[in-house]
Ligand binder design. Structure first.
Ligand code: AHR
Length: 511
């Protein structure tokens, strides 16, 4: 009863709030962190149509391609400025044996993808294809190594094969067409080792991690950033045990956090949802900030100098698959709601970079909250893609602290979220960028940005909004969600004023 009264009071408060916000932007603040580009990381798993069809069609394909990589997807990914790409899984990683994916493609063994629909694949996309893709995109590879069903020797040799200049593995690599070693920085030692990656306890995995990590050597100046498998969501004990037992041997500890329709995990349709479900999803996704803080607090107790990174290497929405598609392929559409999820999360991540150094949305093409969807030769850019493209101005920019007062939006499940979100940065050329999100479905928000001393002389921007919150970009149709120039911001003295339409995302460039 008490809870219902509280909820009613909060709903009443939300209904009467004025949709206005003043954002104080402290551009004079000194010693602010650089926003790691890696917060805009991506994840590509051998799952459904992510790799095969989504990225790789093979050189013989009728779909236009460059050496087997589809041309349209390559171009779209270049514009996105992908800083880091995780591969080959996910759950797939712990059943992946890298030696099956090298050498002449016609000789590679076939593989049943036990985790994802039992699909048989031909291993035609392997280590060379992945690392060459990263080079083509200017992206750092993040290799997720097999600990669940692979041996220590396999991992040791994989690292040697990718990064050593001499020795038998380097000779094998050269005989497969690549003389120079690649640079590989990020190495994940196991994925979801508490589940699909080996079903281990944190105590047992801590020892396994140390053993596998020990033999993953640094060759010829390549320095591996070793990431231990971390917790899912609210499993704080996993973080505690890993920090207690293995912190001296890791550079990063991962975390996975997905957003479904409800807290209990009911996924819901990606495209058909009520306003209540919309707010539930946003509240659930914004709860990541509290979850991150809880994991940070545990890490702080063991690592007060924050030497170990939290690596959020899987996050995003997880809805029901599109009707008629393979349930194991996790193919979901992507609406303006997903764009809002992306915007709110990225604004949160950028505020916590003292500990959070990387985040990889799941996944890059055709799986879960994708950037890109394909249907044979056709391709669409999703609303989430547009947010990532608009926000990429924050990559490697200096964080600019800002403060503003928000009001509560209370979801149908009684979960609370902020009714406004913003984040600012200054790039190497001195330009300021402010990303703003108005999650209200039915209310515009009037924003005043108030700088400490800057008197802006020019403001430009881009806006992402749609006629409907469930709008999505469909194959063969004009895009229903696409960014447009935003001309509604006015500079005056030390302020910039604008109105954010309901359910919109805006990124401003201010000089
Ligand atoms: O991203 C899909 C799956 O979600 C990954 O394979 C796994 O790590 C997680 O459970």
């Amino acid at each position: 009863m008490k809870k219902i009264l509280l909820l009613t009071a909060m709903l009443a408060a939300a209904a009467t709030l004025s949709a206005q916000v003043k954002v104080s932007v402290h551009e004079t603040a000194q010693d602010q962190p650089v926003i790691p580009a890696e917060l805009y990381g991506q994840f590509s798993e051998h799952l459904g149509k992510c790799i095969y069809e989504g990225i790789w069609v093979g050189p013989e394909s009728d779909i236009p391609n460059v050496d087997g990589y589809r041309t349209d997807v390559l171009e779209a990914l270049r514009a996105l400025k992908v800083p880091v790409l995780r591969w080959p899984g996910g759950c797939f990683a712990d059943e992946y044996h890298w030696m099956d994916g090298i050498g002449p493609r016609e000789n590679r063994p076939k593989l049943v993808n036990n985790n994802w629909g039992g699909t048989v694949e031909d291993n035609s996309f392997g280590t060379h294809e992945f690392l060459n893709l990263c080079e083509m995109l200017g992206t750092q590879p993040y290799i997720s190594a097999n600990v669940g069903s692979g041996t220590v020797e396999e991992l040791a040799k994989w690292v040697e094969y990718m990064t050593a200049e001499g020795g038998t593995m380097a000779e094998l690599r050269a005989s497969n067409g690549r003389k120079e070693p690649w640079k590989v920085k990020y190495l994940g030692v196991g994925n979801e080792s508490w589940g699909c990656g080996g079903d281990m306890t944190p105590e047992y995995y801590s020892d396994v991690y140390k053993r596998y990590a020990l033999y993953a050597r640094n060759y010829n100046g390549n320095s591996l950033f070793k990431i231990a498998c971390g917790a899912s969501d609210y499993d704080y004990n996993w973080t505690k045990v890993l920090m207690k037992n293995a912190r001296k041997k890791m550079k990063g500890l991962s975390l996975h956090y997905y957003t479904c329709k409800t807290w209990s995990g009911s996924k819901g349709s990606a495209t058909q949802f009520t306003p209540e479900e919309y707010y539930n999803v946003l509240a659930k996704t914004c709860e990541i900030e509290e979850v991150l803080k809880n994991h940070f607090a545990i890490m702080d107790a063991y690592d007060p100098d924050k030497k170990i990174a939290l690596v959020l290497d899987e996050w995003g929405t997880w809805f029901d698959v599109e009707p008629g598609t393979n349930p194991g392929w996790l193919f979901q559409q992507n609406t303006m709601r997903d764009a809002m999820v992306a915007a709110l999360n990225l604004n949160i991540f950028q505020k916590h970079t003292d500990r959070l150094k990387m985040a990889n949305i799941a996944q890059i093409v055709n799986v879960l909250q994708s950037m890109i969807l394909t249907d044979g030769p056709r391709m669409v850019l999703t609303p989430t893609y547009h947010v990532f493209r608009m926000y990429n101005v924050h990559q490697r920019a200096t964080y600019v602290p800002s403060d503003y007062k928000t009001h509560d939006i209370v979801s149908a499940e009684g979960r609370i979220m902020d009714d406004f979100s913003a984040c600012a940065s200054r790039d190497a050329d001195g330009k300021f960028h402010v990303s703003l999100a108005n999650p209200y479905l039915d209310k515009a928000v009037t924003v005043e940005l108030a700088f400490d001393s800057l008197k802006p002389s020019s403001v430009t921007g881009e806006i992402l909004k749609a006629d409907r919150i469930d709008a999505y970009n469909d194959f063969g149709k004009d895009p229903a969600v696409a960014p447009a120039a935003f001309k509604g911001a006015k500079a005056s003295g030390k302020t910039v004023k604008l109105t954010l339409p309901a359910a919109s995302v805006v990124v401003l460039e201010i000089r």
